[in-house]
Ligand binder design. Structure first.
Ligand code: ADP
Ligand code: MG
Length: 215
């Protein structure tokens, strides 16, 4: 089965709702070890994307990812803006006009996550969004190789994302604002890891509903 960017509006709507629902918790996380602006940064981006979502839904994947990345770069401040902008712009370079299947998506995400690693000079275990993005990307590559069925992939992705998010609690931050706290950053989940996990779980839920709804 393949997906098209026509689901874009639904992704943005559902993600906006989940960020709103969890805003207080995420802000408290970013206040504990960051500067507390992560939710408002993301919400600025999501509002800008919502305004573009009809237009983006009409595009092919390459153009859709490019416009998404550019919109994020121009609307979201903070580290997360440049990192998510980089993710989507890099994915757009790997996309082509083919329908996106699991293999192709896994490859796009792998290249996108590599670019985020380079942009933030960060890797696994540094208490950032990468502690969610890297394991999710690796899981998808394996699932694509083994041709795992989509419902199973969507379920597993959620578990991998939650596990990655939870792993950040006991890590010492070595990148981003939280790194200023050193050892004192331990004991708090990273806000960016939490929102990455929430967004990935939401996308998985939208895809699951979409793939089980008879057309
Ligand atoms: P800022 O830190 O500039 O205030 P945000 O609050 O929007 O930006 O985002 C903070 C999140 O960005 C962190 O919780 C972390 O997950 C992520 N982050 C920060 N620096 C990096 C980095 N170098 N690499 C990957 N992710 C990072
Ligand atoms: Mg912040």
């Amino acid at each position: 089965m393949s997906f098209s960017p026509s689901l874009f509006s639904q992704f943005i709507q559902s993600i906006s709702t989940v960020i709103e629902t969890n805003a207080e918790e995420v802000t408290a996380l970013d206040q504990a070890i960051g500067d507390g602006d992560h939710v408002t940064n993301l919400q600025r981006g999501l509002e800008a994307l919502a305004q573009q979502s009809d237009a983006i839904s009409q595009l092919d994947w390459a153009e859709a990812f490019k416009k998404t990345g550019m919109t994020i770069l121009s609307s979201v401040g903070g580290a997360s803006g440049s990192l998510y902008g980089t993710l989507f712009i890099t994915m757009s370079k790997t996309a082509n006009n083919q329908p996106v299947n699991l293999q192709h998506f896994a490859e796009m995400l792998r290249q996108g996550v590599d670019a985020v690693k380079r942009r933030g000079k960060a890797d696994l275990g540094e208490k950032t969004m990468l502690d969610v993005l890297i394991p999710v990307s690796e899981y998808l590559q394996n699932a694509a190789k083994q041709d795992v069925a989509l419902p199973e992939v969507l379920e597993q992705i959620k578990q991998v994302a939650v596990k990655g998010m939870e792993s950040t609690r006991d890590l010492v931050a070595t990148k981003g604002r939280a790194s200023y706290l050193g050892e004192r950053s331990k004991g708090h989940i990273d806000a960016g890891a939490r929102t990455s996990q929430l967004m990935i779980c939401t996308i998985a839920d939208v895809l699951r509903e979409q793939s089980t709804t008879p057309t």
